[in-house]
Design a protein. Structure first.
Length: 320
């Protein structure tokens, strides 16, 4: 029987020259995180050795990543420094020039080697709004990544020391008077309502870090009612399921905003669980704050749903 052997085509290669160790250290970033951003953005292999960066992969991706690295080297040689945001922006610019994927910003979280990125145009607008505004409202159906991307951005801000702590809050509307019938102390009683926030964090940070940060209150997850009377400075604050806030609760929450803080409010105004006749604070706030500077409203749609494909079918069915 005749045997035929096929040799797989070799991957395209190119190189970038780095002049000295100091330049390399700035370009590569702490623990090579700048290089990892470029690698993950273009799906190329990067090997650094003796002043050379060797790139390997598909030709178009290698050429684009080489262009990014050369632009970053220009920044290093001009300013003597390189920020994570510089790397992200150059990646986006090069992808846009090449007519590549949806404009996006990679989000550097705590899980080693893991970067979160928006997967739709709506999600990309959401991330951009968070970067540019102190207060962002994100409204959309289930499965669009409202909470997940907000948590990713919060961890990114914490990791880069742009905030000192993260505060995650949720109204426990369904609990109401029934809290007293649940077993355990108050923390145990409200824990089921806060579980989705724990789950999002656990996806992006190892369990040891999660436990340490929760114990030291660097990350705080709490029912909305516990926000009263506090002023939160240098914090990244997320209010999830905000459609279940009353108008008064929304006002109380928004006035907790302190200096150097950022607030993200997420919710789905089609799933309000408030008592009949009670106006949702998330519906009310759109008219009140829509035209104020440094406040952004982002609306996600069924096109932004990224859960199991059945989720979109389910949303369609209920709308019908």
């Amino acid at each position: 029987m005749k045997k035929e052997y096929f040799q797989e085509p070799s991957l395209y290669q190119n190189t970038v020259i780095v002049e000295n160790d100091e330049e390399a250290s700035i370009l590569y970033g702490s623990q090579d995180r700048h290089l990892r951003l470029v690698r993950d953005a273009f799906q190329v292999q990067l090997v650094a050795r003796q002043g050379l960066l060797k790139l390997e992969g598909e030709k178009e991706q290698v050429d684009s990543s080489r262009e990014v690295l050369n632009k970053l080297l220009e920044i290093v040689r001009t300013t003597g420094r390189l920020d994570l945001e510089d790397v992200e922006q150059v990646i986006v610019d090069v992808k846009n020039e090449a007519g590549g994927e949806v404009p996006s910003r990679l989000i550097d979280v705590f899980q080693r080697g893991t970067f979160i990125k928006p997967k739709t145009e709506g999600q990309a607008r959401y991330i951009e709004a968070i970067r540019k505004n102190d207060l962002v409202f994100c409204i959309g159906p289930a499965g669009t990544g409202k909470t997940y991307l907000a948590v990713a951005m919060a961890l990114s801000f914490l990791k880069s020391n742009r905030v000192r702590r993260i505060v995650l809050a949720r109204p426990a509307v369904e609990a109401g008077e029934k809290l007293g019938f649940l077993p355990g102390d108050i923390k145990a009683k409200v824990n089921p309502y806060l579980r989705p926030l724990y789950d999002a964090i656990a996806d992006m940070m190892d369990i040891g870090h999660v436990k340490k940060y929760l114990e030291s209150d660097i990350i705080e997850i709490l029912p909305l009612a516990y926000m009263r009377g506090r002023t939160l400075n240098e914090s990244f604050i997320i209010l999830d399921e905000a459609q279940n806030c009353t108008v008064k609760q929304m006002k109380t929450f928004l006035t907790r905003l302190g200096t150097k803080s950022r607030v993200i409010v997420t919710g789905d105004i089609t799933q309000v669980d408030l008592p009949s006749g009670e106006l949702s604070g998330l519906i009310d706030v759109q008219e009140r704050l829509m035209n104020i500077d440094n406040i952004s409203f982002v609306y996600l749609t069924k096109a932004d749903i990224i859960r199991h494909k059945l989720v979109q079918d389910i949303v369609d069915a209920y709308e019908a």
